[in-house]
Design a binder for this molecule. Structure first.
Ligand code: SF4
Ligand code: SF4
Length: 353
């Protein structure tokens, strides 16, 4: 089966129009009212893609919406057993097929973290699975990391293919597309032009230079022992988190954070069960009904965020729950830098003395 294709720059918008007829198509594009901000947006004909700036928001909302209805319910007394309460459930509708087009490899890799949590644990999340099954990810080799990016430190690189169905590689006059999965082959098979030998050669060169561009970064892959060593070092966590004011921006923008809360909204005998994003950086996230809070301070909450990403998850799955996109550094209002804190965990000197 055909597994590579070439799309010229001039033909790209035509391809997007065709894809938008088949599925809900999301692309990185400047916002109409704030063109300095790129976000993932539903495609409309005439829209310009921006593959050069990392979108402010991550694409996780496609598969894990910020708020979603899980089901509707209606309660009432059973007619035959007077003491029994009946609950009638109505599942939410099937999600529409979606295509995420032109994201960076770090964002595609974010879905690998989601897959481990929502598909590969003891329980499968049916809402995430339904969306994931109907989603196709077309990533593009990264045009170049900025000062906040650190994919190379977390076992990835700017040409990573993990989490993608198709990878686009920019070449002189357009893009070479490589199918990576069966779903990806389905897309590539319908494209007309195969890449020439020269285009494939150029694509290989672009891919290899992107991969090698982060070869010398300091790795954060083996941070779990450092985290365990620092766990009880309250002064270390206080020092490194004193600026944080628990706004949760880092977690909401993060493509690998998946904490949520569930609430029921009722109106008489009927209602909806809703799922919404939540964040371990919020004080009330671990607040128990008794009033006890096992993580009452921001130092304990930030320690949990670091520990989850670089120790608990990493030891269980073999890689951190972080794709190095750098959003949490770029957009934190007080410039907290998670990679500097993870590095500091391994420093031998007593940093807080
Ligand atoms: S974005 Fe910065 S200030 Fe806000 S919770 Fe995260 S680390 Fe703290
Ligand atoms: S922790 Fe920060 S760098 Fe890592 S995936 Fe989340 S937002 Fe990106």
């Amino acid at each position: 089966m055909k597994s590579a294709s070439f799309v010229s720059s001039a033909d790209l918008s035509g391809l997007l129009v065709r894809l938008a007829e088949k599925a809900e198509l999301w692309v990185p594009a400047p916002e109409d009212t704030a063109p300095h901000r790129v976000t993932f947006r539903p495609f409309q004909a005439g829209m310009d893609l921006d593959g050069h700036r990392l979108p402010v928001t991550s694409p996780k909302k496609l598969l894990f919406p910020q708020g979603e209805e899980l089901l509707r319910f209606r309660t009432g007394r059973s007619s035959c057993e007077a003491a029994m309460e009946t609950v009638l459930l109505e599942e939410s509708a099937d999600p529409r097929p979606t295509i995420l087009f032109g994201c960076r490899p770090c964002d595609a890799r974010g879905f690998v973290v989601f897959d481990r949590a929502f598909l590969q644990g003891p329980f499968v999340d049916p809402y995430y699975k339904a969306r994931r099954d109907k989603n196709l990810v077309v990533s593009m080799v990264c045009p170049g990391p900025d000062a906040a990016c650190f994919c190379g430190a977390v076992g990835s690189h700017p040409a990573d293919t993990q989490g993608s169905d198709v990878q686009m590689i920019p070449v002189s006059e357009g893009y070479v597309l490589h199918a990576l999965t069966e779903k990806g082959q389905e897309l590539v098979r319908h494209l007309e032009n195969a890449p020439s030998q020269a285009q494939e050669q150029e694509a290989r060169h672009v891919w290899e230079s992107a991969r090698r561009s982060v070869e010398n970064v300091v790795s954060l892959m083996d941070s779990a022992p450092h985290f365990r060593k620092r766990f009880a070092d309250a002064a270390f966590w206080r020092l490194h988190t004193e600026r944080c004011f628990s706004c949760g921006v880092c977690t909401f923008l993060c493509p690998t954070c998946y904490c949520f809360t569930i609430t029921d909204e009722t109106d008489g005998v009927q209602g909806q069960r809703l799922r919404s994003w939540d964040a371990c950086m919020f004080h009330h996230f671990t607040q128990e009904a008794s009033g006890h809070n096992p993580r009452p301070t921001k130092a304990e909450r930030f320690r949990n965020r670091v520990g989850h990403k670089f120790s608990y998850f990493a030891e269980k799955h073999g890689h951190p729950a972080c794709c190095g996109c750098g959003r949490c550094l770029r957009h934190c209002p007080v410039a907290m830098d998670i990679r500097a804190i993870v590095r500091a965990m391994g420093e031998t000197e007593d940093v807080h003395a």
